[in-house]
Design a protein around this ligand. Sequence first.
Ligand SMILES: *Cc1c(COP(=O)(O)O)cnc(C)c1O
Length: 388
Amino acid sequence: MSDTSTTLDARRSTLDAPASRPSYAHIPLYAPGTPPCGTDVGDTINLWGAPPAALAAVRAAPDATVFNYPSLYGAAIKAAIADHAGVAPDEVTTGAGSDGVIDCAFRAFAEVGGRVAYPAPTFSMVPIYAHANGMAPVPVPLAGDDWAADADALLAADAAITYLCTPNNPTGTPLARATVERVVAGARGLVIVDEAYAEYVLADDERRAEVFTPEAPGMRRVLSLRTLSKAFGLAGLRVGYGVGDPALVREVDKARGPFVVSALSERGALAALADADDGRRWVAEHARVAVAQRRKFDAGLRALGLAPAPTAAHFSFVPLPDARAVAMRLAAEFDVGVRVFAGLPTVVPALAASGGEGLRLNAGPDAVQRRVLEALARVLETPAPEGR
Ligand SMILES: *Cc1c(COP(=O)(O)O)cnc(C)c1O
């Protein structure tokens, strides 16, 4: 084996590296903050796995799936998604995860220097994609003690793009319909409604009406974002989609370009979206299980004296002082992973009390939740060992 570093040194040219883009200087690479653990509820993936039909379809892929290009703009998945979401195929755009759709929609609907307004705290990638596209992120603090977004302040930002997330990540809190409608009615430009967790809202009979996707095309300026990474259990395939007016979707497809969703991902996605017991009915069934498990998880967290924020998703957010230290101990001493948040804007009383720190915990099977709760109880009741 040759020593790679010596080889690279020998090859290193005396030329200067290209100057980097100054506006990129402060863009961080994504880093979740805690290592992967044996029992891990840090990501908001589906801890029950993936629809069996999708797994089988990926395994059985013929060679042509690999040596041919995939479809240009994902026509087949657009049709399957349209059927699943209750819209028309030309009202759907797809991307490499809904992350990819956010990136493309930003580029399609704001020029460089344009403003992107969003309630804070929300999905951490939003300011990053704004910066990466040369735009100016405008965080608008949540208002009041009920984690509500401030529609008037969002509109006052007069942004080219307004991003809303319901249920919100990381808090799990849903937006009131009136808030969404007010922002949509008053916004100057594109309104993104990120509904990555819509399947969990649909799984709760009392909340079904809080999903906006079927109405997005009629609202003209709304792009509803969905993904196969969460309830659909296909995070590794990177398939996300947006639903909106056909003219709007066309602009996002321009920013997207062809061949973005791989042929293997397309196969898996199509199988998962089929209206079958091992396809999207598996997804709906496990979303119901996840919502029931999350209720149990919340009760367990409250029994530990914690106060999870009101959630409409399959995860819970617990404001907690020194959350980072707690998460590190859970990982080091119990091999339990949770997602830690620090430096969140201290905009609601619970976040002010926790110093802007908190933990996000994903619902999972009983055994997983029990291990997490037991470890959390131990960490919270015992002081950190000396020297840590
Ligand atoms: C997870 C998540 C996404 C991105 O998911 P993809 O894997 O890129 O589809 C987008 N928005 C929110 C709010 C999320 O939580």
